[in-house]
Design a protein around this ligand. Structure first.
Ligand SMILES: Cc1cc2nc3c(=O)[nH]c(=O)nc-3n(C[C@H](O)[C@H](O)[C@H](O)COP(=O)(O)OP(=O)(O)OC[C@H]3O[C@@H](n4cnc5c(N)ncnc54)[C@H](O)[C@@H]3O)c2cc1C
Length: 396
């Protein structure tokens, strides 16, 4: 019997996990990536909950642990850098999780472990999708025509192909009104191996986190955010600099260093919710289908898990492809819903605007991280948790 064929659009965590598991279960897989080459780069992500199990099944748990960012814990600091609270970071799913890794390192680890035979096309993307009774025909910007049994859209939050297949009635994009700037900056003597987090009035956060390369990963996150999509990096950084006027601690140093940082990633947080993740021979995976944003947390874990669950359902001989896609969706949806439904008041708590709100936040932080309440605080950082076993994967 001929192998089934899949085209996966996007070569990051979701796309590579999907390619890995489909290939391992006998599919012929082509990955199309819009960027001209594999994209390294990106800042801290973590692997939590059931995604840890997926990594184990890939045989990559130890490799990911070895590529750890070296972060030892998470603390909140005041404007002078004095620690005001320490978040629980013991165990697999604390604020600093057991598996903390840079996005590029995680993607590279999966890429290097791909079974032989996955075809890559870089510098191209799908421009038209023609789904029929027997399969799907894809046309690319460069004029390629690809025929497949399955087309997986794993293009991240700003996927273009999503709109080609699924209409506005299916896709709901919610702007969370948060702007985030991530960048790699030089390490100084003042830095250490903890994630240090400072909140300032008018909803401005400042974060410094260690990496395994002797540099520091800086994050500025603020709400209300700015409309920076379409702006150049210089224009965006100028907007952010104005926003951070008057913020102390390490903010001035970070702003200066971002100007020359080799690795800046800017995001305006947008949740993606879709009423269905599959139609005909097309299916969504990762941020393209359900971007949970760092506010929900666990985007990388869900993206990793999606590849496994999709391949396992498709390998189940008792169901046809349509039933497998439906089963994939029902398995993944509770995990996604769990992190997308943000608790009421979370935004005001995460991004205090006034001095009073900031002071209240400080009190809550101290209470929540006090010894009796630490187990409750630890629960807040748990994502991709489920009592369900991963579906069995036939024919590994
Ligand atoms: C370069 C980069 C840096 C990142 N840095 C951070 C970070 O610092 N912190 C953080 O929390 N998250 C970051 N993310 C997002 C994070 O990787 C995701 O939230 C999460 O891991 C889910 O991954 P994903 O594979 O669904 O989507 P993504 O990681 O966003 O990957 C989508 C992939 O699809 C490709 N693509 C997009 N459109 C097309 C198209 N039309 N055709 C073909 N390919 C396409 C993109 O180039 C990318 O490789 C980053 C993503 C990227 C791509």
């Amino acid at each position: 019997m001929q192998n089934r064929t899949a085209v996966v659009s996007g070569a990051s965590i979701a796309g590579l996990s999907t390619a890995y598991w489909l290939r391992r279960t006998g599919w012929d897989v082509t990955v199309i990536e819009r960027a001209p080459a594999f994209r390294d780069g990106g800042q801290n992500v973590d692997v939590r909950g059931v995604a840890r199990d997926v990594l184990r099944r890939m045989g990559l748990f130890d490799a990911v642990k070895a590529a750890n960012t070296t972060e030892t814990g998470t603390v909140l600091v005041d404007g002078r850098g004095v620690v005001t609270a320490e978040l629980p970071s013991d165990g697999a799913g604390g604020a600093t999780a057991e598996l903390e890794i840079l996005r590029g390192d995680l993607a590279r680890t999966v890429l290097d472990a791909l079974p032989a035979g996955v075809t890559f096309v870089y510098g191209d993307s799908v421009s038209a999708v023609d789904d029929d009774a027997d399969g799907v025909t894809l046309t690319t910007e460069a004029g390629r025509r690809l025929r497949a049994d399955l087309f997986v859209i794993a293009e991240g939050v700003r996927s273009r192909t999503r709109a080609t297949v699924f209409g506005e009635d299916v896709v709901d994009q919610r702007d969370l009104d948060v702007t985030m700037v991530f960048g790699t900056i030089p390490r100084t003597d003042r830095d250490d191996d903890r994630w240090r987090w400072h909140n300032a009035v008018r909803g401005r956060q400042v974060h410094l986190r260690p990496d395994p390369y002797g540099t520091i990963r800086a994050i500025l996150a603020y709400s209300p955010g700015d409309d920076v999509i379409g702006l150049s990096r210089e224009e965006t950084l100028a907007v952010v600099r104005r926003r951070y006027d008057g913020v102390g601690w390490e903010a001035p140093r970070i702003l200066d260093a971002l100007d020359t940082s080799p690795d800046v990633y800017i995001d305006q947080l947008q949740q993606v919710r879709m009423s269905t993740w599959h139609r005909g021979h097309v299916v969504m995976a990762g941020d393209a289908g359900w971007c949970v944003t760092p506010m929900g947390g666990g985007g990388a874990s869900l993206a990793l898990t999606a590849g496994y669950v999709l391949a396992a359902q498709l390998a189940d001989p008792t169901q046809d492809q349509e039933a497998a896609l439906a089963a994939y969706e029902s398995w993944m949806r509770p995990l996604v819903d769990d992190v997308q439904d943000l608790p009421r008041g979370l935004m005001a708590f995460a991004y205090p605007q006034s001095r009073l709100a900031l002071a209240l936040r400080g009190v809550v932080d101290r209470v929540l991280t006090s010894k009796p309440l630490r187990p409750l605080a630890a629960k807040l950082t748990q994502v991709a948790e489920t009592d369900r076993e991963l579906p069995v994967l036939v024919g590994r």
